[in-house]
Design a binder for this molecule. Sequence first.
Ligand SMILES: [Zn+2]
Ligand SMILES: [Zn+2]
Length: 128
Amino acid sequence: MKRERNTNQKEMIKAEVQLHQGHLTGDQIYALVKEKMPGIGRATVFRNLKDLTEKGEIGYIPTVDGAGFFDYRKHNHYHFKCTKCNRLFDTNVPYNDSLDKVDSRFKIQNHVTLFYGICPECEKMKNN
Ligand SMILES: [Zn+2]
Ligand SMILES: [Zn+2]
């Protein structure tokens, strides 16, 4: 019984990440999941997110200036973080596979690049 409940929680959390098709922090996901499963604890949500990330079922983008973001897209791609609204966006910058081969001492699996700046919406607001 317990196993089934845990699986359902995990599936629900994963579904929530995929449903939004964006980039959400753990606390944002927790707030969304809590609406559907009021009894669920924050630690449970974070534990499941960590588990899903480790299994490669969802992506995770760490940031240096705050909470990391979970991503429904698993393939390697670069992100942009708006310093005004703190949202994370996918960029059109192509992922550079060749960088992973530059230092042959390491078996590099992937790399993370995060761009910072002002998103179009915040830029528009600034001009109004
Ligand atoms: Zn913004
Ligand atoms: Zn992304």
